[in-house]
Design a protein around this ligand. Structure first.
Ligand code: PEP
Length: 249
Protein backbone atom coordinates (compact mmCIF):
# COMPACT_ATOMS: atom_id res chain seq x y z
CA UNK A 1 0.00 0.00 0.00
CA UNK A 2 1.29 3.45 -0.92
CA UNK A 3 1.85 5.85 1.93
CA UNK A 4 -0.23 9.02 1.94
CA UNK A 5 1.91 12.04 2.75
CA UNK A 6 1.43 15.74 3.32
CA UNK A 7 4.63 17.73 3.71
CA UNK A 8 4.76 21.42 4.55
CA UNK A 9 7.75 23.26 3.13
CA UNK A 10 8.23 26.37 5.24
CA UNK A 11 11.07 27.64 3.02
CA UNK A 12 12.91 30.68 4.45
CA UNK A 13 10.00 31.79 6.59
CA UNK A 14 9.24 32.05 10.33
CA UNK A 15 11.31 33.00 13.32
CA UNK A 16 11.63 30.39 16.09
CA UNK A 17 8.72 32.08 17.80
CA UNK A 18 6.50 31.90 14.69
CA UNK A 19 7.30 28.24 14.12
CA UNK A 20 6.62 27.20 17.72
CA UNK A 21 3.33 29.06 17.55
CA UNK A 22 2.44 27.31 14.31
CA UNK A 23 3.08 23.91 15.90
CA UNK A 24 1.07 24.88 18.97
CA UNK A 25 -1.82 25.79 16.70
CA UNK A 26 -1.51 22.53 14.73
CA UNK A 27 -1.78 20.61 17.99
CA UNK A 28 -5.38 21.79 18.28
CA UNK A 29 -6.37 19.76 15.22
CA UNK A 30 -6.83 16.04 14.89
CA UNK A 31 -5.48 14.24 11.87
CA UNK A 32 -6.19 10.82 10.37
CA UNK A 33 -3.77 8.30 11.93
CA UNK A 34 -2.88 6.52 8.69
CA UNK A 35 -1.11 9.38 6.94
CA UNK A 36 2.36 10.83 7.23
CA UNK A 37 2.49 14.49 8.10
CA UNK A 38 5.82 16.25 7.63
CA UNK A 39 6.99 19.79 8.28
CA UNK A 40 10.15 21.19 6.80
CA UNK A 41 11.48 24.16 8.79
CA UNK A 42 14.66 26.13 8.07
CA UNK A 43 17.89 24.45 9.27
CA UNK A 44 18.15 26.62 12.39
CA UNK A 45 14.84 25.27 13.68
CA UNK A 46 15.19 21.57 12.92
CA UNK A 47 16.25 20.58 16.46
CA UNK A 48 13.76 22.89 18.10
CA UNK A 49 10.81 21.65 16.06
CA UNK A 50 11.92 18.02 16.31
CA UNK A 51 11.96 18.33 20.11
CA UNK A 52 8.58 20.05 20.09
CA UNK A 53 7.06 17.29 17.95
CA UNK A 54 8.58 14.45 19.98
CA UNK A 55 5.31 12.91 21.10
CA UNK A 56 3.29 13.83 18.06
CA UNK A 57 2.81 12.05 14.79
CA UNK A 58 4.35 14.85 12.74
CA UNK A 59 7.80 14.30 11.25
CA UNK A 60 10.51 16.82 10.49
CA UNK A 61 12.45 17.03 7.26
CA UNK A 62 15.17 19.37 6.08
CA UNK A 63 14.77 21.43 2.92
CA UNK A 64 18.12 20.41 1.49
CA UNK A 65 21.51 18.87 2.34
CA UNK A 66 25.01 18.78 0.89
CA UNK A 67 26.51 15.75 -0.84
CA UNK A 68 29.75 15.69 1.16
CA UNK A 69 30.00 14.45 4.76
CA UNK A 70 32.13 17.37 5.92
CA UNK A 71 34.79 19.76 4.72
CA UNK A 72 35.34 23.22 3.32
CA UNK A 73 31.79 23.97 2.16
CA UNK A 74 30.94 27.18 3.98
CA UNK A 75 27.27 27.55 4.73
CA UNK A 76 26.34 23.95 3.92
CA UNK A 77 24.79 21.19 6.05
CA UNK A 78 25.64 17.49 5.70
CA UNK A 79 23.67 14.28 6.04
CA UNK A 80 25.69 13.42 9.14
CA UNK A 81 24.71 16.69 10.75
CA UNK A 82 21.05 16.00 10.02
CA UNK A 83 21.33 12.52 11.48
CA UNK A 84 23.04 13.89 14.58
CA UNK A 85 19.85 15.82 15.36
CA UNK A 86 17.57 12.90 14.41
CA UNK A 87 16.45 14.20 11.05
CA UNK A 88 16.13 11.30 8.62
CA UNK A 89 14.17 12.93 5.83
CA UNK A 90 15.07 15.67 3.37
CA UNK A 91 13.63 17.47 0.39
CA UNK A 92 16.03 17.44 -2.58
CA UNK A 93 15.78 19.11 -5.96
CA UNK A 94 13.21 21.74 -5.09
CA UNK A 95 12.83 24.03 -8.10
CA UNK A 96 13.91 27.03 -6.01
CA UNK A 97 17.20 25.22 -5.30
CA UNK A 98 17.54 24.34 -8.98
CA UNK A 99 16.73 27.88 -10.16
CA UNK A 100 18.36 30.18 -7.57
CA UNK A 101 21.25 27.96 -6.46
CA UNK A 102 22.02 26.30 -9.78
CA UNK A 103 21.43 22.75 -8.58
CA UNK A 104 21.71 20.58 -11.65
CA UNK A 105 20.69 16.94 -12.07
CA UNK A 106 24.40 16.08 -11.71
CA UNK A 107 24.63 17.80 -8.32
CA UNK A 108 21.33 16.29 -7.26
CA UNK A 109 22.52 12.83 -8.22
CA UNK A 110 25.40 13.22 -5.75
CA UNK A 111 23.00 14.42 -3.06
CA UNK A 112 20.63 11.52 -3.68
CA UNK A 113 23.49 9.02 -3.43
CA UNK A 114 24.76 10.56 -0.20
CA UNK A 115 21.30 10.65 1.38
CA UNK A 116 20.64 7.00 0.50
CA UNK A 117 24.09 5.94 1.68
CA UNK A 118 23.31 7.61 5.02
CA UNK A 119 19.83 6.13 5.21
CA UNK A 120 18.10 9.45 4.83
CA UNK A 121 14.77 9.36 3.07
CA UNK A 122 14.25 11.77 0.17
CA UNK A 123 11.34 13.81 -1.11
CA UNK A 124 12.67 14.33 -4.63
CA UNK A 125 11.14 17.22 -6.56
CA UNK A 126 10.73 17.27 -10.32
CA UNK A 127 8.76 19.61 -12.53
CA UNK A 128 8.69 21.42 -15.83
CA UNK A 129 8.60 25.10 -16.79
CA UNK A 130 5.53 26.53 -18.48
CA UNK A 131 7.47 26.78 -21.75
CA UNK A 132 8.03 22.98 -21.66
CA UNK A 133 4.34 22.39 -21.22
CA UNK A 134 3.40 24.86 -23.93
CA UNK A 135 5.73 23.16 -26.38
CA UNK A 136 4.40 19.73 -25.32
CA UNK A 137 7.85 18.78 -24.09
CA UNK A 138 6.77 18.29 -20.46
CA UNK A 139 6.66 14.48 -20.51
CA UNK A 140 10.10 14.31 -22.05
CA UNK A 141 11.45 16.83 -19.58
CA UNK A 142 10.18 14.88 -16.57
CA UNK A 143 11.48 11.62 -18.03
CA UNK A 144 14.94 13.17 -18.38
CA UNK A 145 14.93 14.50 -14.83
CA UNK A 146 14.11 11.01 -13.57
CA UNK A 147 16.60 9.25 -15.82
CA UNK A 148 19.42 11.55 -14.73
CA UNK A 149 18.80 11.05 -11.01
CA UNK A 150 16.55 8.59 -9.21
CA UNK A 151 16.41 6.11 -12.10
CA UNK A 152 20.13 5.56 -11.57
CA UNK A 153 19.37 4.13 -8.12
CA UNK A 154 18.95 0.47 -7.22
CA UNK A 155 15.54 -1.14 -6.78
CA UNK A 156 15.89 -1.33 -3.01
CA UNK A 157 16.73 2.37 -2.70
CA UNK A 158 13.16 3.22 -3.65
CA UNK A 159 12.04 2.35 -0.12
CA UNK A 160 13.58 5.73 0.72
CA UNK A 161 12.37 7.79 -2.25
CA UNK A 162 9.19 9.84 -2.49
CA UNK A 163 8.57 11.73 -5.72
CA UNK A 164 7.08 15.23 -5.62
CA UNK A 165 5.76 16.43 -8.97
CA UNK A 166 5.88 20.21 -8.82
CA UNK A 167 5.31 22.04 -12.10
CA UNK A 168 7.44 25.17 -11.72
CA UNK A 169 4.74 27.38 -13.19
CA UNK A 170 2.41 26.41 -10.35
CA UNK A 171 4.76 27.00 -7.40
CA UNK A 172 3.96 30.07 -5.35
CA UNK A 173 2.06 31.55 -8.29
CA UNK A 174 -1.50 30.80 -7.23
CA UNK A 175 -1.75 28.89 -10.52
CA UNK A 176 -2.57 25.22 -9.94
CA UNK A 177 -2.31 22.45 -12.46
CA UNK A 178 -5.75 20.99 -13.09
CA UNK A 179 -6.58 17.66 -11.43
CA UNK A 180 -6.54 16.08 -14.93
CA UNK A 181 -3.10 17.49 -15.73
CA UNK A 182 -1.80 16.28 -12.37
CA UNK A 183 -3.27 12.80 -12.73
CA UNK A 184 -1.92 12.53 -16.28
CA UNK A 185 1.62 13.35 -15.14
CA UNK A 186 1.52 11.19 -12.00
CA UNK A 187 0.30 8.24 -13.98
CA UNK A 188 3.04 8.88 -16.58
CA UNK A 189 5.68 8.91 -13.81
CA UNK A 190 4.31 5.71 -12.30
CA UNK A 191 4.36 4.12 -15.73
CA UNK A 192 8.01 5.07 -16.18
CA UNK A 193 8.90 3.55 -12.80
CA UNK A 194 7.08 0.40 -13.83
CA UNK A 195 8.99 0.22 -17.15
CA UNK A 196 12.34 0.89 -15.53
CA UNK A 197 11.84 -1.36 -12.47
CA UNK A 198 8.56 -3.24 -12.20
CA UNK A 199 4.86 -2.88 -11.59
CA UNK A 200 5.03 -3.77 -7.93
CA UNK A 201 7.64 -1.10 -7.20
CA UNK A 202 5.70 1.48 -9.21
CA UNK A 203 2.65 0.71 -7.13
CA UNK A 204 4.51 1.19 -3.88
CA UNK A 205 6.12 4.59 -4.59
CA UNK A 206 4.36 7.64 -3.20
CA UNK A 207 4.00 10.42 -5.78
CA UNK A 208 2.85 13.67 -4.24
CA UNK A 209 1.84 16.92 -5.93
CA UNK A 210 3.04 20.43 -5.16
CA UNK A 211 2.08 23.79 -6.60
CA UNK A 212 -0.37 26.23 -5.01
CA UNK A 213 -2.34 23.56 -3.15
CA UNK A 214 -4.94 25.29 -0.97
CA UNK A 215 -7.91 24.17 1.12
CA UNK A 216 -10.17 25.06 -1.83
CA UNK A 217 -8.46 22.78 -4.38
CA UNK A 218 -6.88 20.06 -2.21
CA UNK A 219 -9.76 17.60 -2.27
CA UNK A 220 -10.06 17.53 -6.06
CA UNK A 221 -6.31 17.06 -6.44
CA UNK A 222 -6.02 14.34 -3.79
CA UNK A 223 -9.00 12.50 -5.26
CA UNK A 224 -6.90 11.56 -8.31
CA UNK A 225 -5.89 7.87 -8.19
CA UNK A 226 -2.16 8.45 -8.67
CA UNK A 227 -1.86 11.35 -6.24
CA UNK A 228 -0.61 10.19 -2.85
CA UNK A 229 -0.53 13.54 -1.12
CA UNK A 230 1.01 16.97 -1.39
CA UNK A 231 4.05 19.14 -0.87
CA UNK A 232 2.63 22.38 0.41
CA UNK A 233 4.48 25.71 0.41
CA UNK A 234 2.59 28.92 1.23
CA UNK A 235 -0.47 27.25 2.75
CA UNK A 236 1.67 25.25 5.19
CA UNK A 237 2.49 28.47 7.08
CA UNK A 238 -1.11 28.86 8.18
CA UNK A 239 -2.24 26.23 10.68
CA UNK A 240 -5.90 26.34 9.65
CA UNK A 241 -5.10 25.98 5.94
CA UNK A 242 -2.50 23.27 6.52
CA UNK A 243 -4.86 21.30 8.78
CA UNK A 244 -7.63 21.56 6.26
CA UNK A 245 -5.32 20.35 3.46
CA UNK A 246 -4.19 17.40 5.62
CA UNK A 247 -7.78 16.49 6.29
CA UNK A 248 -8.63 16.67 2.59
CA UNK A 249 -6.33 13.71 1.90
C1 PEP B 1 6.60 24.29 -2.78
O1 PEP B 1 7.35 25.17 -2.41
O2 PEP B 1 7.02 23.13 -2.84
C2 PEP B 1 5.24 24.67 -3.15
C3 PEP B 1 4.49 23.76 -3.69
O3 PEP B 1 4.86 25.97 -2.88
P1 PEP B 1 3.37 26.58 -3.00
O4 PEP B 1 2.44 25.58 -2.34
O5 PEP B 1 3.43 27.88 -2.27
O6 PEP B 1 3.08 26.73 -4.45
Amino acid sequence: MRQKIIAGNWKMNNTNFDSLLLIDELMNYSFPPDLRIVVSPPYTQLSLINEKLKNLKIEVSSQNMHYESNGAFTGEISALMLKSINVYLTILGHSERRTYFNETDQILLKKIRKALEEDIEIIFCIGEELSDRKSRNHFNFIKNQLENTVFLQKYDSWKKIIIAYEPIWAIGTGETASPDQIQEMHSFIRGLISEKYDHSLANSVSIIYGGSVKPSNAENIFYQPDVDGGLIGGASLDSKDFASIVNAL
